[in-house]
Design a binder for this molecule. Structure first.
Ligand SMILES: C[S@@+](CC[C@H](N)C(=O)[O-])C[C@H]1O[C@@H](n2cnc3c(N)ncnc32)[C@H](O)[C@@H]1O
Length: 269
């Protein structure tokens, strides 16, 4: 794997940060969707405030606008959250920290985190794995910072319709139409400026992220075996998807933008 151009990737995500923040906030602003994520996270890492599990030291890698980090802190965990895109982190830091919660945001790269070996109980990330150009390399780095008995939790989804089935083709066409419309609307909003909608997640010189070609969850799963790791569990987060379907804006649903989320975990010896 050639070294990803991290500066270009960071710039790309920073350029999209405002739009990303407005999206994330819309969805998470809904109590039902938020509750579904809390329940899913509780299953994966425990909920100290509710079920008395001991608080875990958690690294949220690729935290973006900090949604998962803030939920975990609110649940009673000790969270350190990292991202390479400063524009994303600005949004995360601007959000109110949960009362009594422990969360710190810092610049950090998934392949080389600013943490000592064996210093966290959980490495978690959501919707980050698909963007990584060297997932096994990242998994090895996460292994390095995990304490014995610690756990990697990768939450992701099939964000792009890459398959050849008729259903996938239709979804792809709907999504393309959606982006074309968004670009026109954004173009109108930014008339006279050079801003564009930045509608595609191609990471400049790196080419599109590998996750854009995933056709099934096994493509994510395979990254673990490529790293020499055998996952401990695989779970479809169906309750999250039901809540998402029920609460997301109609135009996202029409555009086929609602991925089916899954979680893959691996436990350190
Ligand atoms: C789709 S967003 C997900 C954000 C957040 N985890 C969430 O669930 O809303 C992907 C994030 O991964 C970050 N990212 C991509 N490559 C990274 C890397 N090598 N190191 C750290 N963060 C990275 C991006 O900057 C972006 O904020």
């Amino acid at each position: 794997v050639s070294a990803p151009d991290l500066a270009a990737i960071a710039a790309r995500w920073t350029a999209n940060a405002d739009r990303y923040a407005s999206w994330g906030d819309i969805a998470h602003g809904h109590p039902r969707y938020r509750a579904a994520w809390i329940a899913a996270l509780a299953d994966l890492v425990g909920h100290p405030r509710r079920d008395g599990t001991p608080p875990a030291r958690i690294a949220d890698v690729g935290t973006g606008t900090g949604e998962v980090a803030l939920l975990l802190a609110d649940m009673g965990h000790h969270v350190q959250a990292f991202d390479i895109a400063t524009g994303m982190l600005e949004h995360a830091r601007a959000k109110p920290a949960p009362p009594g919660g422990s969360v710190a945001f810092a610049v950090g790269n998934a392949y080389e985190l600013p943490l000592p070996p064996a210093s966290v109980d959980v490495v978690i990330n959501r919707m980050v794995f698909w963007t990584l150009h060297d997932p096994p390399g990242a998994l090895h780095e996460w292994q390095r910072i995990l304490a014995p008995g610690g756990r990697i939790v990768v939450i992701d989804g099939l964000h792009f319709a890459a398959g050849r089935s008729p259903a996938q083709r239709i979804r792809r066409a709907r999504t393309r139409m959606f982006w074309a419309l968004e670009a026109r609307i954004a173009g109108r909003r930014h008339r006279g400026s050079t801003a564009t909608a930045g509608s595609r997640n191609d990471h400049t010189d790196n080419g599109p992220p590998p996750g854009t070609t995933w056709t099934g969850a096994e493509d994510a799963h395979r990254q673990f075996s490529d790293a020499g790791l055998r996952p401990t569990s695989f779970t479809w987060l169906d309750a999250v998807q039901r809540a998402q379907r029920a609460t997301a804006p109609l135009r996202w649903r029409l555009a086929g933008l609602l991925p089916r989320f899954f979680a893959i975990t691996w436990e350190a010896p």
